[in-house]
Design a protein around this ligand. Structure first.
Ligand code: FE
Length: 131
């Protein structure tokens, strides 16, 4: 068994679980830019005690390296839990966050996300670095 066998992928416009990476097509070397990561941009995903997105992780794989780098790790921890019962709590996390980073080389941003009942999902986006 490999992660690739359980890591699902799909077009995020058609599948609510696929993480969305919002980043510029091109950035300047060494200049800070923002990357939005979320689940449910086109088709909303539930955020309830029973069914929610737990986390999204962002990685970067440079074109000139075989290794991938861990960039950001966002956990969504409030899902309506309360002493009164499920979904009675005052806070529901939305599966959306933003990372700030800078790059020195072109490559691919990869996002992994986890739904508590629908498992692991991935998506990627290439990004070009110019001098
Ligand atoms: Fe789900």
């Amino acid at each position: 068994m490999k992660f690739s066998e359980v890591m699902q992928t799909a077009d995020w416009k058609a599948e609510k679980h696929a993480p969305v990476i919002e980043a510029p097509e091109q950035v300047k070397a060494g200049e800070v830019f923002h990357v939005g990561i979320c689940v449910g941009k086109e088709i909303a995903h539930p955020h309830t005690t029973e069914h929610h997105i737990r986390w999204i992780r962002l990685y970067f794989k440079p074109d000139n390296s075989k290794f991938v780098y861990d960039v950001a790790n966002v956990e969504f921890n409030a899902h309506g839990e309360a002493v009164d019962g499920p979904n009675k709590g005052p806070v529901f996390s939305e599966a959306s966050a933003q990372a700030a980073l800078k790059l020195t080389t072109s490559g691919t941003l990869l996002a992994a996300s986890y739904c508590n009942i629908h498992g692991l999902w991935e998506s990627s986006k290439t990004i070009t670095v110019v001098e």
